[in-house]
Design a protein around this ligand. Structure first.
Ligand SMILES: [Zn+2]
Length: 61
């Protein structure tokens, strides 16, 4: 079996390389390890990240 290397995409906020697991899916939210921004995986292939909408959903704790 071939192990896919972990891919990385540039954080749109700080340009740091954000590692993406091989099984990352479109639409996943991943945190940037550098600036801690929440990033949405726009497309897993090719790895493209965008800032997640800065909206906090109120689920009513
Ligand atoms: Zn970042």
């Amino acid at each position: 079996m071939t192990a896919d290397p972990v891919t990385a995409a540039a954080c749109p906020e700080c340009q740091a390389a954000v590692a993406l697991a091989p099984d990352t899916l479109d639409g996943e939210i991943v945190p940037c390890g550098e600036c801690l921004a929440e990033l949405e995986v726009v497309t897993a292939v090719p790895p493209t990240l965008a800032l997640a909408p800065d909206v906090e959903e109120d689920w009513g704790e």
